[in-house]
Ligand binder design. Structure first.
Ligand SMILES: Nc1ncnc2c1ncn2[C@@H]1O[C@H](COP(=O)(O)OP(=O)(O)OP(=O)(O)O)[C@@H](O)[C@H]1O
Length: 335
């Protein structure tokens, strides 16, 4: 039930924390009505910093955000009644019961769902009388979600909604999110679970150091990744004994111990060439593993870039040549 009408528009967004650290560095994307857009990224990539700007919780250093056609920071009153927020840390009074918490929240929400409906949506009906401090981490996440859904929002922001949930709870939340999306709710999701993004998102973006490294539908992002073939080099053989790698359509390779890993955009050609060579030579390729590009591969490739950059940065800092505003600070100031 998606349309092209953008409900969220983000253009060249930047966020700079006190102290000058630029956590969001020119992020742009759009989310259409009824679409589910997922933001992925390593720890500290800038997901929460970005989403907070879109939620109107902070003012961008520069760039433009529109939610339902309004600036969520300066026109908060126009946007707030139509959005539901599930933040990473809900922070409810711990002495209240689940039921009291929902009623308190409903008191501040226009057109709130009845308490029973909100609790049943997230499977907390039987915990209504329990104090918040006695809930498990996963149950607190469900309560967060119930509160985000209270006002039947047109736009739902879910910041790591299934962190702390067990496998069953995660499946139930995914089912609920699918139902909401099917009825036209627009969803912006941040998550660390790749299968969550792959299974739920219409489109996704992987953030890296405050910028979008790759974006598209899950299928497009996956297809943009090279496939991989790995195996143990047979005893007494070296990479130079294989057919020339470029003749197999191999674009890159690495060797770790005796394991050779080949990257290719032509999986069938590379696998056929390699297996034909092994057959002709009479060797066994032990541990042979052939896999198409995946979202995980895209994520790991970006994460590897991050670690390499961090290592370069550490060396530059030791040598006194680190560029300004690129070292990641500890979280201490709110912009
Ligand atoms: N209040 C703050 N003051 C200074 N720096 C901050 C602040 N909040 C976040 N940062 C820094 O900004 C960068 C991005 O943080 P952010 O929380 O947006 O990342 P994230 O992608 O949501 O990470 P995670 O997956 O760990 O939640 C990090 O380097 C973080 O240390």
């Amino acid at each position: 039930m998606t349309t092209n009408e953008p409900v969220i528009e983000v253009t060249d967004l930047r966020r700079v924390y006190d102290g000058g650290y630029e956590a969001v560095r020119g992020v742009s994307f759009e989310v259409g009505r009824g679409e589910l857009f997922a933001l992925l990224g390593t720890n500290g990539a800038g997901k929460t910093s970005t989403v907070e700007l879109i939620e109107g919780l902070a003012r961008p250093a520069s760039g433009r955000v529109r939610v339902l056609g309004h600036d969520p920071y300066t026109e908060r009153a126009a946007v707030r009644p139509h959005i539901g927020l599930m933040l990473q840390e809900g922070g409810f009074p711990s002495e209240l019961t689940v039921s009291e918490t929902v009623r308190m929240w409903a008191g501040c929400t226009t057109g709130a769902r009845p308490e029973g409906e909100a609790l049943s949506l997230v499977g907390l009906t039987r915990r209504a009388g329990v104090r918040v401090k006695q809930l498990s981490g996963g149950e607190k996440r469900r309560l967060d979600l119930a509160l985000a859904l209270l006002g039947r929002p047109e736009v739902l922001f879910l910041d790591e909604p299934t962190t702390g949930l067990d496998a069953e709870g995660r499946q139930e939340t995914w089912e609920l999110v699918r139902e909401l999306r099917a009825t036209g709710t627009t969803v912006l999701l941040t998550t660390h679970y790749l299968e969550e993004a792959e299974g739920l998102a219409d489109r996704l973006a992987i953030l890296h150091a405050g910028q979008i490294a790759v974006s598209g539908t899950p299928a497009e992002v996956t297809a943009s990744q090279p496939s991989r073939i790995s195996f143990e080099l047979p005893a007494g053989y070296f990479p130079g004994d294989l057919p020339p790698l470029d003749s197999l359509g191999v674009t890159g390779h690495e060797i770790v111990g005796r394991v050779l890993r080949l990257h290719t955009n032509e999986l069938q050609r590379a696998a056929t060439g390699l297996l034909t060579w092994a057959e002709r030579t009479g060797v066994e390729l032990r541990g042979l593993d052939v896999r198409s590009g995946s979202l995980e591969e895209a994520f790991l490739r970006i994460a590897r870039d991050v670690s390499e950059q961090d290592a370069r940065m550490a060396r530059a800092v030791q040598g006194g040549t680190a560029p300004k505003n690129t070292a990641r600070p500890d979280k201490e100031h709110v912009a």
